[in-house]
Design a protein around this ligand. Structure first.
Ligand SMILES: [Zn+2]
Length: 151
């Protein structure tokens, strides 16, 4: 398992897909498609389909057993070490693309003055151009991830 798994979440698993992105994983989320179409997409894009629909069997598919997010993340930790191998905040949660490191001088005037004064690391999403920096919500999320790992 040297290559990073890429995921495709079905309509019931939007929250899980967002958390996978928080953890740095490539996780697409698709609504309103049939399971067969999702499986076809998973195959052609080399993704693992995550679903809560029963009665499907395919080597590219993982049946997510629980409705509870923490349990879902633990299941994927067991199968793919998504917590242990995570790279939190390396990806835009909205766009599912990897963030690029940008120089501090590039964000002057584009972020709040206090943020510019106090932060050193800045990232930009190449798709939506939103600028990110490690803030207090990062600390809260990291605590949550740590809690999941230890429980
Ligand atoms: Zn983005």
């Amino acid at each position: 398992m040297d290559t990073k798994p890429r995921f495709l979440a079905d309509a019931m698993l939007g929250k899980l897909a967002r958390w996978l992105r928080v953890l740095g994983w490539d996780a697409e989320y698709v609504k309103g498609r049939k399971s067969e179409e999702l499986l076809e997409q998973a195959r052609s894009e080399g993704r693992i389909l995550l679903t809560r629909r029963q009665g499907l069997e395919d080597e590219r598919l993982i049946f997510i057993e629980s409705e509870i997010l923490a349990e879902q993340l633990r299941q994927l930790e067991a199968s793919h070490q998504i917590l242990t191998r995570s790279e939190p905040f390396s990806r835009c949660i909205a766009c599912n693309v990897e963030l690029q490191v940008i120089d501090k001088t590039e964000v002057k005037g584009k972020v709040p003055f206090y943020t510019f004064q106090t932060q050193q690391e800045f990232y930009r999403c190449p798709r939506c151009n939103k600028i990110f920096w490690p803030g207090s919500h990062h600390a809260a999320m990291l605590r949550k991830i740590k809690g999941l790992k230890e429980s």
